[in-house]
Design a protein around this ligand. Sequence first.
Ligand SMILES: [Zn+2]
Length: 288
Amino acid sequence: MAATSTCHATTTVPTRKFDSGELRGEGAYVVAPPSVHPRGGEYSWITSPKEVQLAPLDADWVVPTLNSQSEIKSTTPSSNTTWGKDSVYQDYLEHLERLDGEEEYVQLVCKLLGITTARKFLCVLHAERRPSAALWRNPKGIYSYKDFHGRGQSSYTLTEVFASTTTGIEMAMAGPTLAVWKLRLMAEVGVLTPVPVSLPALPPSASKDAHLVRRAIQDIYGLRWAREHGTPAPFTRRFMTPWTRLPEGRWESGFGEVLKANVVRKVGECPSGFPVATSLYLPGYEED
Ligand SMILES: [Zn+2]
C-alpha cells in the first residue's frame, strides 16, 4: 500500500469483496512483493503501485462495510483489549478462519499433514486400513477435516488436525488456544514470520526442561507478537503441556526455573472462568 498514514477502526472490519476489489480487514492475510513464496521465488507486481495513482475511495463503498454489524462478532475496541479473554485473538481467529478457505494455504497445510483435497485418504488421527477421511468445503468455502470413524469428533479444523498430529493427543480447541496453534501452523507452512524475541538467559545450572520451556515461551511470543507486539501472554499448564509435550510435573518445574531466573515476569492476571485467575507474563527485561 502506498498510504503513508493509517487509521485504526474501533471495531473489527471484516474483509469484503467488491466488483472493483477487496477491502481487507485487520489481521487478514495479504501476499505482496517482496514476499517470498514458500516454494521459492519472489512475488512481483503485474502493475506496480508506483506506476498507478491511488484509486479514489468512495465513502459509500466503505461505510456499509464498517456498519455491517451482522458480520461482526464479539468485537472489542482496541483500547480495552482484554488479554485474559484474549478478545484480540478471538477477532483474529475470525479473520484467520477465512484462511482455511484459501486454496494456496490449504494446499500447503495438506502437504504438511500428508493429506489431499482431491479424494478420501487414510485418517491421520486414527489407524485405519481403508481411506475414510476427507476434506470438506462448506458453503463459505472453508475446508474442514471430516472423520467418519465416529471415534472422536466428526469434524476438525485443519488447525486441530495439525495440533493433534503434533502432540499425539486429540485436541479440540477454541478461542485463543486455537488462535495460537493456528499461528504455529501458519509459521510452519511459511505464511507467517514470527518476530524475533529476546529473553533473559537461564543460569548455567538450568535443567534441560527449563531450556525447553524457555524456548517454547520464546516461540509463542514470536508468534503472538507478529500480530500484537509487546502484549503479555498467559502460559497455563493446560495449554503449555501439550504444546511442549512435557508431562505436567516437568512443565511445572521447568517453568518454575524460568520464573526464578526472571526469563518472564508476571505482569497481571485475567479472569479464567476457574477459581484461580490466569497469570499474564512479559519477558523479564524491561521494555525499552
Ligand atoms: Zn479418524
